[in-house]
Write a protein that binds this ligand. Structure first.
Ligand SMILES: C[S@@+](CC[C@H](N)C(=O)[O-])C[C@H]1O[C@@H](n2cnc3c(N)ncnc32)[C@H](O)[C@@H]1O
Length: 275
């Protein structure tokens, strides 16, 4: 069996970024469209892309746990005023270098999404790709939502994407991504063990195999995510009355395909509005 070195994959931001960057434009389109469709203070002008050359007004956007800054940079490129923060310094360095290289403006800081006070107020906040599940207990999850609510203007929106758990399933789930950049190829294999229901945790393992000019780097990261089914998610939301559930979508990030928040849907993107 080939050996995998234990490395936090967020300490190798370039490889993380190669794997996830592919969906960035679509996610940014979706975030703009969500604001146009649902923000209480929006012009309700409908979808941004369908509106042709008309650009939405610049938004103040907050990204807790912004990672490599892929969405910070894309939204800054579109003229929005973006602030991101993350716990990992290497991710932040990568994100800063990316903004500098493209001569884009955006502010980045070290911060913990379980407890933060944002400077200023934002029209839109977002946290996609299950990052919210790093908050491993109810207290830090509800605190996070309250901090986000405090950071939003009244009528502002929080877009929160997370994979829900089907507790009835006892099988391991797997996902595989392959990305290329010039002579570098990254293969990312993630597997999630069946949930430990009494603890509300699921164990996740990600393995990266990075090949450059015939040399191979193999790394492995293990962590646990907090689990939610739809009932647990609704119970959490009910503890944060400053945010109301406005709409639900799924990981296709298609503004024309709203979904119901029921037990059927596992890849959930919630739109929460600041009361
Ligand atoms: C899957 S990445 C998501 C990055 C980015 N939001 C994106 O969509 O590409 C998860 C990020 O969450 C960060 N993170 C994990 N726990 C955190 C916490 N408590 N506070 C702030 N950042 C955290 C990690 O350092 C990592 O950069």
């Amino acid at each position: 069996m080939p050996r995998f070195e234990a490395i936090d994959w967020y300490d190798t931001p370039r490889w993380y970024d190669l794997v996830f960057d592919e969906g960035t434009e679509r996610e940014a389109d979706f975030l703009e469209a969500v604001h146009a469709a649902h923000a209480a203070n929006s012009s309700r002008s409908g979808r941004v892309r369908a509106a042709g050359p008309r650009r939405p007004r610049p938004l103040r956007v907050l990204e807790p746990a912004c990672g490599s800054g892929r969405l910070v940079a894309e939204l800054a490129r579109r003229g929005h005023r973006v602030h991101g923060f993350d716990l990992n310094e290497r991710m932040l360095e990568f994100a800063r270098a990316r903004l500098a290289k493209r001569r884009l403006r955006g502010s980045l800081a070290l911060g913990d999404m379980s407890a933060f006070t944002a400077r200023g107020r934002f029209d839109l906040a977002h946290c996609l790709v299950s990052t919210f599940k790093y908050l491993q207990d109810e207290r830090s999850a509800s605190k996070h939502l309250r901090c986000v609510a405090d950071a939003l203007v009244p009528g502002g929106l929080y877009v929160l994407g997370l994979h829900l758990t089907d507790y009835a399933s006892r099988s391991r789930s797997r996902e595989r991504w392959v990305a290329r950049d010039g002579r570098t190829r990254v293969v990312c294999n993630t597997q999630v063990e069946p949930a430990r229901r009494s603890q509300r945790l699921e164990d996740v393992r990600t393995r990266l195999v990075v090949t450059t000019n015939g040399r191979e780097l193999r790394s492995e990261t293990r962590w646990s995510f907090r689990t939610y089914d739809v009932r647990e998610l609704k119970a959490l939301l009910s503890r944060v009355p400053a945010l109301e559930h406005v709409a639900t979508y799924d990981f296709t990030h298609d503004i024309d395909s709203p979904r119901a928040l029921d037990g059927e849907l596992l890849d959930v993107v919630l739109v929460l509005g600041r009361r």
